[in-house]
Write a protein that binds this ligand. Structure first.
Ligand code: GLN
Length: 191
């Protein structure tokens, strides 16, 4: 059966995730309503602006549906702003969030002068070659709880992490052609 993977369509980099999912053999579905979220096997929370996405999440009454999805043990992947929304702790901010992943994140943490950059980062669980990662006003994970596995770092900053069926990336894997991270995420459906 082809898995249905929702991409939260409030704002941000939605379409590139849909393309990536299709290429990996999943059925992407842009979701904006509680019942649409409930119908998904897995969910991606894309990059964008985490404060805006958090406000829209509350205004549209999506918090409970998103929490239900996570608490059902269904795979959930947050990229960049999506990672911020999943984090329990956001340094210096009380913005709305789901707070489901035991990580402490720092927003816009790679300096104002270089808002965006690309880097080849080794990801041992993906093997060779390193993953070419696109960072856009990116956050990083400063520290993780005991249940969280660090999958990749860049200059001692955690940029890819997993907690069971929850995956979080500080960068945008949907903006390059390398599908290894989306495939890795989809494999969580079989675990
Ligand atoms: N800087 C954004 C934020 O803090 C995240 C940027 C992104 O998702 N590419 O929400």
């Amino acid at each position: 059966m082809t898995p249905v993977v929702g991409v939260l369509g409030l704002q941000g980099a939605v379409e590139p995730h849909c393309r990536a999912l299709k290429e990996c053999g999943a059925e992407p579905r842009i979701v904006r309503k509680p019942e649409e979220i409930a119908a998904c096997d897995a969910l991606i929370i894309p990059g964008g602006e985490s404060t805006t996405m958090g406000i829209l999440m509350e205004r549209l009454g999506l918090r409970q549906a998103l929490l239900d999805h996570v608490h059902a043990g269904k795979p959930t992947f947050g990229t960049c702003a999506g990672m911020i929304l999943m984090a329990k702790e956001i340094v210096g901010s009380d913005q709305p969030r789901l707070g489901v992943m035991d990580v402490r994140v720092v927003r816009n943490s790679f300096g104002r002068q270089v808002d965006s950059f690309e880097a080849d980062i080794p990801v041992p669980s993906l093997g060779e070659p390193p993953f070419h990662a696109v960072f856009i006003r990116a956050p990083h994970i400063e520290s993780v709880g005991p249940e969280v596995e660090v999958l990749a770092t860049l200059d001692d900053r955690i940029v890819l992490a997993q907690q069971g069926p929850l995956l979080a990336a500080a960068f945008h894997p949907e903006l390059t052609e390398d599908r290894r991270i989306h495939n890795y995420f989809l494999e969580l459906l079989n675990k």
